[in-house]
Design a binder for this molecule. Structure first.
Ligand code: AMP
Length: 334
């Protein structure tokens, strides 16, 4: 029996992470904000529940030599760059999280991997439908769509006067070609032990209110889209798209190794939109994404690869176990 503890923060994909770790024989621990522990009592996947007054407390915990922390979106969303100061050994490359957080770096890595990203515009270059995004906007609050410089300036001053954005946000506004496609989020795993990139599942996000706007005639109502993720839906890709989806994962891993060696380790995701012509990527994430919880019992793709119920969390546990067997655990942790 393994005495290593797998831990994470209580939110995002914690239920799956801890359940998968248990399946692989690890002990489990969840760090929970006081008042949020009820969920982890009702679904008993954590052997230990540690209550925190704030996520900052996590940064002051002394590293234990028998604990591995699995980072997820909440760590990055709540602590930002301070997340990198966590003392507990983290599964994956923290440097990848740093590249994920900084928007320009995020796009730089996708470009280095030769993956098409949306074209960027200056205000005076706007000549087609664009989406205007602001830094750190959670769920895309304040994002808007426009198609001319005049409209852009009008919307920016409206947003400033109703306090939706600050002058600083306005300066950092990112103007991107609006990609008309369907979104797809493939869940990849870079295995250092098996020296390969696996694609274990795909989801699409269910975002409010963007996914509700199609129910209204936009001629009658002008409502800005927001992109707060409230859930995830399973998806399989048309089989002829799979080679390209797999190649994108391979190329991202190779590009990351060139830019911040040893690059991406373990789970990562590419946020894609598929247009009738091509694949365009908005962003990559360097850690487990919440949509993987759809496949706690495995997805069609993980079934083809492993012929057993292999969730992303269980895959992480399996990699850790195999690395321990080969005395290579250090290669997976930062
Ligand atoms: P982001 O804040 O960049 O993660 O974007 C949030 C959401 O906005 C994405 O999940 C997409 O649904 C949508 N989105 C972002 N960039 C674009 C784009 N260039 N074209 C169309 N939709 C976009």
């Amino acid at each position: 029996m393994n005495t290593l503890i797998i831990s994470t923060i209580g939110s995002h994909s914690a239920l799956q992470i801890l359940y998968g770790a248990k399946q692989e024989g690890f002990n489990t621990k969840v760090y929970c904000l006081r008042g949020r522990e009820e969920l982890y009592k009702r679904y008993p996947v954590a052997q230990e529940i540690i209550l925190l007054d704030s996520y900052e407390d996590l940064l002051n915990l002394e590293p234990a030599n028998n604990e591995i922390f699995i980072p997820h979106g909440t760590l990055i969303a709540t602590l930002g760059k301070r997340a990198l100061d966590i003392q507990i050994p983290v599964f994956g490359n923290k440097e990848g999280m740093h590249w994920e957080m900084v928007r320009e770096n995020n796009l730089k890595l996708l470009k280095e991997a030769n993956i098409r990203t949306p074209k960027s515009y200056q205000p005076d270059e706007i000549d087609k439908l664009v989406i205007v995004k602001f830094p750190g906007a959670k769920g895309g609050l304040g994002y808007f769509i426009c198609s001319s410089q005049l409209e852009f300036e009008q919307r920016i001053s409206e947003h400033l006067s109703n306090g939706l954005i600050t002058k600083e946000d306005a300066k950092l506004a990112q103007i991107q070609e609006y990609v008309v496609g369907v979104t797809m989020y493939p869940h990849y795993f870079h295995s250092v032990i098996h020296e390969r990139v696996e694609m274990l599942g795909i989801d699409r996000r269910y975002e409010t209110n963007a996914d509700a706007l199609g129910r209204l005639s936009q001629e009658n109502y002008k409502i800005d889209p927001t992109y707060k993720v409230v859930g995830n839906q399973p998806l399989i890709a048309r089989e002829s798209l799979l080679p390209e989806i797999l190649e994108c994962g391979d190329r991202l891993v190779d590009a990351a190794a060139r830019l911040f060696s040893p690059g991406l380790l373990g789970p990562f995701c590419i946020e894609m939109s598929i247009t009738p012509e091509e694949i365009v990527a908005f962003e990559f994430t360097s850690r487990i994404v919440a949509g993987t919880t759809l496949y706690t019992n495995g997805s069609p793709y993980s079934q083809f690869l492993f012929d057993e119920n292999m969730s992303m969390a269980r895959r992480i546990g399996r990699e850790i176990k195999q690395a321990m067997g080969q005395r290579r655990l250090r290669e997976l942790l930062t």
